[in-house]
Design a protein around this ligand. Sequence first.
Ligand code: HEC
Length: 484
Amino acid sequence: MKKTTLLFTLFVFALIIACKNESTTATTTTEAIAEEEEEEIDEQYLYASTLYQKNCASCHEKSVAKFMQKDFLHGNSWNEVNRSIRYAHTFMEKVDFVKTWPDSAFNKLTDYMLVSLEQQTIESFATDVDYSSTIKSENLSFKLDTMVKGLEIPWGIDFLPNGDILVTDRNGNFYRQTEGAEKVLIKGTPKVHYDGQGGLLDVKVHPDFATNQTIYISYSKPNNKKEANTAVMMAKLVNDELVEQKIILDAKPYTTKKYHFGSRLEFDKDGYLYVTIGDRANRDENPQDLTKYPGKIHRFNADGSIPKDNPFVDTESAIPSIWSYGHRNPQGLVFDSQTNTMWETEHAPRGGDEVNIIRKGKNYGWRVISYGINYNGTTFTNTTHKDGMEQPEFYYMPSTGTCGLTIVRGDKYPAWEGDLLAGSLRFRYISRLKMDGQKVVGEERLVENIGRLRAIKMGNDGYIYFTVENPGIVFRLMPVEDAI
Ligand code: HEC
């Protein structure tokens, strides 16, 4: 009995000391996050997981998912958990977070705790998966070839007619990779604003590269006031150098905000170039205003000029390159020439990452309508429908941090024909959206926990390529015969 009391007292002291040391750090991070209300879901997630590790894990389970499996005394719903975090610790003198945190910290932590339950299957699954051997999915076995290594954040990939891979690294490096050879650093790349979500972003090879050597890159372009915007440059790739450079899009206004640059590049079958630009973390001004570039998808002729049949060329003071608007942060774009459809994915604030079909002149609703919700299960923070605004074809709940998009066509993956493949930054998998025509009828998660999925594309050889971050790798997904 005595021994138990002593142990208990020591335990309480240890806890108090641990909490005291950590509460200062927590308050600073909390202030930082309040400013960044507009951060990407995956960054919010990282923030909340840090809060948990710094302030809670010392007393509770190290794994938040494990903690959440318990039946809490006062219930496990969003409201009940939120209340427990606020009030279960009030009697503990040295637990500072109760007094110092703003509401947003409690709420984000609660979101995180609730969502972690759904993520838990991924985490526990991940540890015993070996991605170096054959991987079985619902209807296809495959293996992964490592095509490019030694990267940080491979943001965009595309392919030259000879099969070489072009890959951008967000840190500003740009490479050409011949299979099996050393990768080559391309010279003459522009100065990029490598901060937050910015840097060197997407790459697209002109459909007639063989005759004109032209490629396009998108990037965060800095000015001399520590601000940046999203820009697109076209250039010729000659002897591994970008020459005859021309900036075809300089998406003003510049801002110090480090988020929501977009930006994907894609051609349709008529040779028009589409460029996505995020709302640049200015959701109230940019996405619905046709006189501003951000929060839009733009359409250009391949030489950078404006097509005469763009929807707003005759609208007074509207930016003539705008093709569609009301976008938050579109980071997936793929044209399906079989159905003449432009598919797009974009990040939503909490839940509700969207899969859209992009049509001329349409308004996709941000920030007026959205499926983003609070994880209290009931309260919708936004309207979801409005006349004159498009509905998504599909939305993810919770948000996956959707990034990169392709559609499976060709003869290499008959079981996946016509399916969309979307990357997930947050849950680190490929989301295979099973399609019935243009309807999403189911989802399979592939290569779970392999890494933050940034880009995914069908190569000229008909195979699927995708990139993961840190360590940055470009993989090729190769079907294999079932070895039964
Ligand atoms: C100093 C140790 C300590 C720290 C730090 C701490 N807790 Fe607790 N927590 C406790 C104890 C002890 C209880 C049980 C209180 C009770 O029974 O009323 C508790 C209760 C809870 C409960 C309710 C559990 C139930 O069964 O109803 C939740 C939820 C919770 N804590 C979450 C957190 C979160 C989230 C953090 C970090 C922000 C945190 N705690 C930090 C010690 C701690």
